[in-house]
Design a protein around this ligand. Sequence first.
Ligand SMILES: [Zn+2]
Length: 88
Amino acid sequence: MPRWIVRCPECEKEFTHTPIDKALGITRDVFASPPKPEIPQSGTESTCPDCNKASTLRAFDLRYRAERNREALPHTSSPSLSAWTLVY
Ligand SMILES: [Zn+2]
């Protein structure tokens, strides 16, 4: 499922903030991302499932992950993507 992810400032692990419903995730452009979830300007509290530390998230902390990330990106052997594969 496509999702909005955030990176925990404590342990650097990425975790899902908001799963995106398939109906919302469908767009004509596969590289386009759906609208971000509403986050107040002052941020929102979120607890990392890995280290259980609560941190304040801002809208710009959110990153979009498409379900078919590996197929969608042309550089499947890039170091960053390899790192991503290791995380999951
Ligand atoms: Zn953490």
